[in-house]
Design a binder for this molecule. Structure first.
Ligand code: NZQ
Ligand code: ZN
Length: 389
């Protein structure tokens, strides 16, 4: 392991079919006024809304609500939530939903006691909170983002067509997260597979960087192998608890800072995907799937050894007699076959992107320098064009 780092993760996890039982105990640690945040209604359909309300009532809490948090939550919705939290003197935010609800709740938590415009402060100027942060707890219903155990918050500004993530520190991470794989069973298949690819790509973004022998890479390979295995079972039978529970647990470990330790980390697939999201409002995991292969094929020559290792260690491709380049190509081919097999969207057209958007998407793409190749603007355009399908 090269480099110097500290490791601490303050989020307490409760995992399994009985995990909601712990909500009552947790609620004793926080104030009276709870802001219950959720999405567009899936939790009302599957009964979780009623269960949570009953628990909060039993705990004697005053409950205010923010409903309708959309996938890719917007800065306008953030301002609305901040106003509701202020009116209700919120002591604690309970996020019940997927990454969007959880990310949104973190953004509200750092904005309630802050006089600045949150979009400008946190997502344009990238400042850190200098106010009291409202604690957040999470009951997760969709797996993929890792938001349940990280400080990430991604907000979309529809006026300026920007989708920007801020990774906040320990004090913004959820205090606790409740992970019951059963809750993910009502997800439409499209969302399930998008989440699976989001997990896979989070691991890739950290794995495809650096050249040292690094423990994080071995952990990543194990997580990827397990995820590929579970994904195949879950696609065949979405009600398979064992597979869904493995997917849920992998998602958390894929992006809770563990496998990034000692890594410079790439994140260009996410930068491209987020820019696409800003223009199309497409599902996050699908935006990543659509740009991944053109991106990885483009950077492969600059990180050939790692792509060859990816082929042998993740996809079980036999090394004997092959060059690194052959292996690397076979690895990406195996990845492509798996992506098609589980039903991912493999091009941007299907997500609503049009040729005339490409220039704008490229301009909205942040260029990072932790991966094997630092792209320039023309290369971004080239990759986006190759992703159109
Ligand atoms: O709104 P409802 O009705 O709940 O429906 C949601 C939504 O339409 C539905 N859903 C969630 N749980 C369900 C369910 N439907 C049926 N049954 C259930 N149990 O699924 C849809 C998608 O939900 P969403 O929360 O948007 O998905 P996801 O968890 O993928 O979150 C995406 C957001 O997270 C950001 C993305 O950019 C995007 O804005 N990310 C956050 C990260 C982080 N915090 O570190 C990192 C990621 O890379 C990502 O960027
Ligand atoms: Zn992601």
């Amino acid at each position: 392991m090269l480099g110097n780092f500290s490791y601490h993760n303050p989020t307490k996890l409760y995992f399994g079919e009985e995990s909601l039982n712990y909500l009552k105990d947790e609620m004793k640690n926080y104030g009276q006024n709870v802001l219950f945040v959720y999405g567009g209604g899936s939790i009302k359909k599957n009964g979780l809304y009623d269960e949570i309300i009953a628990i909060l009532k039993e705990c004697g809490k005053n409950v205010a609500e923010v409903s309708g948090v959309m996938p890719n939550p917007t800065s306008d919705k953030l301002n609305e939530g901040v106003a509701i939290a202020r009116e209700n003197k919120t002591d604690f935010i309970l996020a019940v939903g997927g990454g969007s609800v959880c990310d949104y709740s973190k953004a509200v938590s750092v904005s309630v006691n802050c006089n600045d415009d949150p979009w400008e402060k946190y997502f344009i100027r990238f400042e850190e909170p200098d106010c009291d942060i409202i604690p957040v707890g999470c009951v997760l219903t969709m797996t993929g983002t890792g938001s349940e155990m990280n400080g990430g918050s991604v907000i979309t500004n529809r006026h300026t067509k920007q989708k920007i993530g801020h990774v906040f520190g320990d004090d913004v991470m959820p205090k606790f997260s409740i992970l019951n794989p059963k809750y993910t069973m009502t997800l439409p298949k499209y969302q399930m597979v998008a989440g699976i690819y989001d997990i896979f790509n989070h691991i890739c973004e950290q794995y495809f960087s650096g050249e040292d022998d690094n423990t994080s890479d071995y952990i990543s390979e194990g997580l990827m192998r397990g995820l590929i295995h579970a994904s195949r079972i879950a696609v065949e039978n979405p009600q398979n608890y064992e597979a869904r529970s493995n997917i849920m647990w992998t998602a958390t470990w894929a992006l809770n800072t563990l496998v990034g330790k000692g890594k410079s980390e790439d994140w260009m697939v996410h930068m491209l995907g987020q820019a696409v999201g800003a223009y199309t409002d497409a599902t996050h995991g699908m935006t990543l799937a659509a740009v991944s292969l053109p991106y990885y094929r483009y950077i492969m020559p600059y990180g050939m050894k790692k792509f060859a290792r990816f082929a042998t260690e993740v996809w079980d491709i036999i090394r004997e007699g092959k060059t690194d380049e052959q292996l690397a190509n076979e690895g990406l081919y195996a990845m492509e076959s798996w992506m098609k097999e589980i039903g991912l969207v493999m091009n941007l057209k299907e997500l609503g992107a049009t040729e005339d958007m490409i220039e704008g998407i490229a301009d909205a793409t942040f260029i990072l320098n932790g991966g094997y190749k630092v792209l320039d603007h023309d290369e971004v355009i080239q990759i986006l064009k190759a992703s159109m399908g």
